[in-house]
Design a protein around this ligand. Structure first.
Ligand SMILES: C[S@@+](CC[C@H](N)C(=O)[O-])C[C@H]1O[C@@H](n2cnc3c(N)ncnc32)[C@H](O)[C@@H]1O
Length: 416
């Protein structure tokens, strides 16, 4: 592979530097920044960074020694203000592609150590266990010993997690190790391993878990031990997640999003006193909303709804929260069913809420609040709502996925 020098023109959506190659085609150069002159070796439109000839003044020292190898982060080498405006611009570009020109509010910043949920992979080598994230675009695991993004209690537990997962690993399998930092300690879920059916294996796992600040351990869907209740909080309201259940990745950003949403709904007129929370999960937003509204929470995941039911029982002073189990892709709430609410929240999976949004667009609900981890599906859904007579009044990005290229957002729609 011949070495050539390139000038980096921009930062692509995947966080790679983008240059124009010798044949006039774009060349993506991971870890390079706009304005830099770099020496690369090109294969199939991708440039392997060999040397930075002229660094950008926006380049900073990454906070993690694994950066550049580990695929968990893409943008630790960029100065914070530039990183933040790049995330905002990416969001604006995604909206513009759907003809939406809403002003994007400043990014609500994240902080290091704030990520409470990690999904790691673990494999066995001849002598030890590797645990970490894959290299970007590869099946090669990077054995991590630090991760400034993760909550420190998860990072401290890495050596004990290696020991815990070891007896469950053969020389071939790759285990999925999900770790959630809770008020009672770590909630650890190990999947893609054989169930721990033998008594000797269960005893071994219990013994090994003594080396961990553990709340609960679940292996292949089977709860092995619960040393403490893995409580989490939604704006101070307690809940217990089902093992491996969906939660916002960062408690800090979750609470900032709740505060933002409560501020938005405080301006909503409440003649009906009712709010609807679609794709409610275990009630991240339903429970805080129920301080002021009667809430209907709709979701298709039974364990999440059971967790919400349990959390309702733990909370005092809330207005009634009703629960409806329903697949909103197959059977969205119809425009008729949507009557009678002052405000509707919807927080769909990455793929968005296409069929539900088609019904919302036909409704007369005065206020809608969208939460999304995918600007692309949000923009598609926003287009449907706007074509149905809604206005996108405000749009706020949250840096839930620090140093990645991902953006979480909250959008507010009003019926014109
Ligand atoms: C991004 S999560 C949001 C959960 C919750 N609002 C929160 O903040 O924790 C999306 C939720 O939508 C649920 N979901 C996904 N597809 C669904 C569908 N077709 N019908 C109903 N719920 C669905 C998932 O189970 C998950 O709880």
């Amino acid at each position: 592979m011949a070495e050539i020098n390139l000038q980096i023109e921009s930062l692509g959506a995947g966080g790679d530097g983008v240059a124009i190659g010798p044949e006039g085609m774009p060349v993506f150069v991971p870890l390079a920044l706009p304005g830099e002159s770099v020496a690369v070796a090109i294969t199939e439109g991708r440039g392997k960074l060999l040397r930075i000839v002229e660094p950008s003044s926006d380049r900073i020292k990454p906070v993690c020694t694994h950066f550049a190898q580990c695929g968990g982060c893409a943008l630790q080498h960029l100065r914070a203000p530039v990183y933040e405006s790049w995330k905002r611009e990416q969001l604006a570009l995604t909206l513009a592609a759907r003809g939406l020109e809403t002003k994007v509010q400043p990014l609500v910043a994240g902080t290091i150590g704030m990520r409470r949920r990690a999904v790691l992979s673990a494999t066995r080598t001849k002598k030890s266990v590797m645990i970490g994230y894959f290299k970007r675009g590869s099946h090669e695991l990077v054995d991590i010993h630090q991760c400034p993004v993760l909550s420190p209690d998860i990072v401290e537990a890495l050596p004990a997690l290696r020991k815990l997962v070891r007896p469950l690993l053969s020389r071939k399998n790759v285990a999925r190790v999900s770790v959630l930092s809770t008020q009672g300690g770590l909630d650890v879920v190990i999947d893609d391993v054989e169930p721990a059916t033998e008594a000797s294996m269960r005893i071994k796992l219990v013994e090994l878990s003594m080396g961990l600040a553990l709340a609960r351990l679940t292996v292949a869907g089977d709860m092995i031990i619960e040393k403490d209740r893995p409580f989490i909080s939604f704006d101070g309201l307690k809940a217990i997640s089902p093992p491996g259940g969906f939660l916002q990745a960062s408690q800090v950003i979750q609470d900032k999003m709740i505060a933002h949403i409560l501020k938005l709904v405080s301006a909503v007129k409440r003649p009906k006193g009712r709010a609807l929370d679609l794709y409610s999960g275990m009630g991240t937003f339903s429970l805080p909303l129920a301080r002021n509204f009667k809430v209907l929470a709709v979701e298709y995941d039974k364990p999440a709804l059971q967790a919400l039911q349990h959390a309702i029982g733990l909370s005092e002073g809330l207005k009634p929260v009703e629960i409806l189990e329903r697949d909103l892709a197959i059977m969205p709430l119809s425009a008729l069913e949507l009557r009678g609410y002052d405000v509707v929240l919807f927080d769909p999976p990455r793929s968005g809420a296409r069929s539900q949004v088609a019904e919302l667009a036909k409704s007369d609900i005065p206020h809608l609040i969208a939460i999304s981890c995918s600007p692309a599906s949000f923009a598609r859904d926003a287009r449907i709502l706007i074509d149905g007579g809604y206005e996108l009044k405000s749009l706020t990005p949250f840096d839930q996925f620090l140093y990645s290229t991902h953006v979480e957002l909250v959008g507010e729609f009003v019926k014109k």
